[in-house]
Design a protein around this ligand. Sequence first.
Ligand code: FMN
Length: 385
Amino acid sequence: MARYTPKFNPRYPSIEDLREGARKRIPRFAFEYLDSGCNEEVNLRKNTREIREVELLPRYLDAYKEANMTTKIFGQEYDAPFGISPIGLQGLMWPNSPEILAKAAFDHNIPFILSTVTTSSIERISEITEGKAWFQLYHPTEKSVRDDLIQRAEAAGCPVLVLLCDTPVFGFRAKEIKNGLSMPPKMNIANILQVLGKPKWAFETLKHGQPNFEVLRPYMPKGLNLKQLGLFMDQTFSKRMDMDKIAQIRDLWKGKLVLKGVATEADTEKAISLGLDGIIVSNHGGRQLDAGESTIKPLTRIAAKYGDQLTVMMDSGVRSGPDIARTLASGAQFAFLGRSFMYGAAALGKSGGDHTAMLLKTQLKQVMEQIGCPDVSQLPNFKNI
Ligand SMILES: Cc1cc2nc3c(=O)[nH]c(=O)nc-3n(C[C@H](O)[C@H](O)[C@H](O)COP(=O)(O)O)c2cc1C
């Protein structure tokens, strides 16, 4: 029997290998910004651990042809049932990483979600993805900024706008506090020493120049020092989401509207009542509420109860093809991965997005063939309940 011939760099056959590659290649403050969770990191660890408690039952003797990973959501057909979660400050981990990941998403025909606070603009990412990227909007305090961002997303052809409800306050992240890494990052002596120990990162970062908040550039006064920039960020966003803000955006946005960060049935019902098209069950990758549930638990309940009323997706803790299969088997129509893709970009630079997408597709296909599942939509039938 033929073994899997990897179409990716065989030195990195798992997300954990990419994580380790990233840890070695980028300064500690950048790695810890990406890698860490909040408080004691209980929620962060629980996410992956509890996804992995889901078991799949194989059907070895059923007739079987091939695995179909194609998935249609929001009227768009994707080649696989997973996409790339929005991540802020991506250029800090590796220069041009939003562009690298957006290009990989486009090439693999999977969705890429651009964060409001990342380092490439809506327009640039739209160009790379031919208008296929989704946009995640942090809610601006000023209506004029909100409306302008929405208009830019619409003009860029964004099919899906993603609102966030799980960041009413900044998460308490001890490692970021220790590193002096706030939004924006501050450069202290310890951080400078770490940079000197990572010459490839330092060289690439110097070559590309300091990462900037490109989405927000039009609204930022020029020449802000770091302290003023921090103040600008604090004043620009009203962190707590509410029903009224969502209802207003529902009226303004003509495309599909998704709420990310949903963790309970009660908030799902509110999302349905507001006419949202989908939710991403998410706990921000364990970065906000350490005492919260892992996402697979509410996902299972929410998908069973409301899966026929709106598109239910999930992120947080997904680190492999089998994890994607477990997530879909538990009722999600789609899975998103945040850190996994960023580990790829940080470890492998330009080829990191392609490598990660290829790795996950290969692993997912292998699981489906192993259990005899012909189509991703049928994964729930293979769950051991
Ligand atoms: C470094 C980092 C920055 C993030 N920035 C954002 C952001 O700007 N907007 C957002 O909606 N979610 C953000 N998230 C959350 C991700 O979109 C996603 O929910 C999370 O990474 C999923 O968990 P995973 O990393 O275990 O896959 C961030 C996550 C990380 C790790």
